[in-house]
Design a protein around this ligand. Structure first.
Ligand SMILES: Cc1ncc(COP(=O)(O)O)c(C=O)c1O
Length: 356
C-alpha cells in the first residue's frame, strides 16, 4: 500500500531537528569509554543533579498518574519566583511549552531572530506556521525594525531568547518593550538566565502578551528528566494549561523539579562554579590565539575560529573525546560553541585544543 496519500502532504518539506546524541551512542561511535568523553556540545550541566533531587525522584509514586493540574509543582515554582500559581504552566521541558504556545496561537507565521535555538523553527513547521527568520545585526542584537515589519505582515509569535543560544547575549529591555507593544505574542526564552542576565518576568504585569520560558535542564542538571515551565498572564497560562497534554510532567520530573527548588541555595554554588569556569575557559581559549570569544551570560561561549575551519576543529576535538558544536553557515560562518563544564573538563578541552 502507498502510505503517502494517507499522510499529511507537506511531509517532504518538514526538516528534521538534529538533536545531540546520548553519551553511550557517542562513546561507541568515537571508540572511547563513556568516562573519557567531555560533553560540551549541548549546554548540559556536567555536575549533574543535587543528591537530594535524586532522593526525591526515587521516592516518586510511579504507579500513579501525575496531577494534570500540576498544583504542587506550580505552587512551588510560584512561591520560589514570587508570582501567582495561576501564572505558571509546567511542561516536558521548555520545548513542550514552545509547542503548546504554537498550537494555542496557530499563527500563519512566527518570527525567529537568527542565529537562534533550532526548536522554534522545527516546531513552527510541524504546526504549519511559516518560520520568518530575521537576521540579527552584526553584533547579534535584534533588528527591531525588521521584526516589527514581520509582525505587521501577520506573525503571531515572536521568539526571543535571553541570553541567546548560541550567541550568549541578552535581549535589550527597551527593544523588548517596543516589541511587546505590538499585537503579537512575545516569548522570551530564559533557558540560561540563571547563569547571567536579568529576568523579564516583572514585565508580564504590563504586557499580558509576554510569555517567559524557563527550564530545569541547565541550572538544575535535569536535561534528561525533561521539565520546564512558562510564566504568563493568568488568562494565557490558563489556556496553555487546558491545551497541554494532561500528563505532560511525569511524577519523577515533578518530584525532581520541586526538590531542585527546595535546594536552590546550594545549587547556586554549582551555578557560580559554572560561571567562573565559563570565564576561565573563554580566557584560556582566547590565549591560544585563534579562538575569539564573544561575551556570554549563559553556560557556554561562542568562539569565532580564525585561520582554520571550525568543522575541522570540532572533528579533531571529537577524536580526542571532547564534544563541541560547530557552525558554518551564512549567519554564523566558522564558529564553535563550547559549553562550560567542571575545571577538569576545561583542562581536557584545552589539552585537546593544544594538540590539534
Ligand atoms: C534557548 C533554549 N530553549 C530551550 C531549550 C530546551 O529546554 P528543555 O530542555 O527544557 O526543553 C534549550 C536547550 O538547549 C535552549 O537552548
Amino acid at each position: 500500500m502507498d502510505l503517502k496519500p494517507l499522510l499529511r502532504p507537506d511531509l517532504d518539506t518538514l526538516e528534521e531537528y538534529v538533536p545531540v546524541k546520548p553519551l553511550d551512542v557517542l562513546a561507541a561511535e568515537i571508540g572511547l569509554p563513556v568516562d573519557r568523553l567531555v560533553k560540551l556540545d549541548a549546554n548540559e550541566n556536567l555536575y549533574g543533579p543535587h543528591p537530594e533531587v535524586l532522593r526525591a525522584i526515587e521516592g516518586a509514586a510511579f504507579h500513579i498518574y501525575p496531577d494534570p493540574g500540576q498544583d504542587g509543582l506550580r505552587e512551588a515554582i510560584a512561591g520560589w519566583l514570587g508570582v501567582e500559581p495561576s501564572m505558571v504552566v509546567a511542561g516536558t521541558g521548555a520545548d513542550d511549552l514552545i509547542d503548546v504556545l504554537i498550537r494555542l496561537v496557530m499563527p500563519r507565521s512566527v518570527v525567529i531572530p537568527t542565529p537562534a535555538f533550532g526548536m522554534y523553527r522545527f516546531l513552527a513547521k510541524i504546526s504549519r506556521a511559516e518560520p520568518v527568520e530575521v537576521p540579527r545585526r552584526p553584533n547579534f542584537d535584534l533588528d527591531v525594525v525588521a521584526i516589527r515589519h514581520a509582525v505587521h505582515a501577520g506573525a503571531g509569535i515572536v521568539f526571543l531568547t535571553s541570553p541567546n543560544n548560541p550567541t550568549g547575549n541578552p535581549v535589550n529591555r527597551a527593544e523588548l518593550e517596543a516589541l511587546c507593544a505590538l499585537e503579537t505574542i512575545v516569548v522570551v526564552d530564559e533557558a540560561y538566565v540563571e547563569f547571567g542576565g536579568e529576568t523579564v518576568i516583572p514585565l508580564i504585569a504590563r504586557y499580558p502578551n509576554l510569555v517567559v520560558l524557563r527550564t530545569f535542564s541547565k541550572w538544575a542538571g535535569l536535561a534528561g528528566l525533561r521539565v520546564g515551565y512558562a510564566i504568563a498572564h493568568p488568562e494565557l497560562a490558563g489556556h496553555m494549561l487546558s491545551l497541554k497534554q494532561p500528563y505532560n510532567v511525569n511524577v519523577a520530573a515533578d518530584a525532581g523539579a520541586r526538590a531542585a527548588i527546595a535546594h536552590f541555595a546550594e545549587i547556586k554554588e554549582t551555578i557560580a562554579s559554572i560561571v567562573a569556569e565559563r570565564d576561565r575557559m573563554a580566557a584560556l581559549c582566547e590565549g591560544l590565539g585563534w579562538l575569539k570569544p564573544l561575551p556570554s551570560q549563559a553556560n557556554f561561549v561562542l568562539f569565532q575560529v580564525e585561520g582554520r575551519a571550525a568543522k575541522d576543529v570540532a572533528a579533531g576535538l571529537r577524536k580526542a573525546g571532547v564534544l563541541v558544536r560547530y557552525y558554518d553557515r551564512p549567519d554564523l560562518a566558522n564558529y564553535v560553541r563550547i559549553s562550560a563544564g567542571r575545571p577538569e573538563d576545561t583542562d581536557r578541552l584545552i589539552e585537546a585544543l593544544r594538540a590539534l
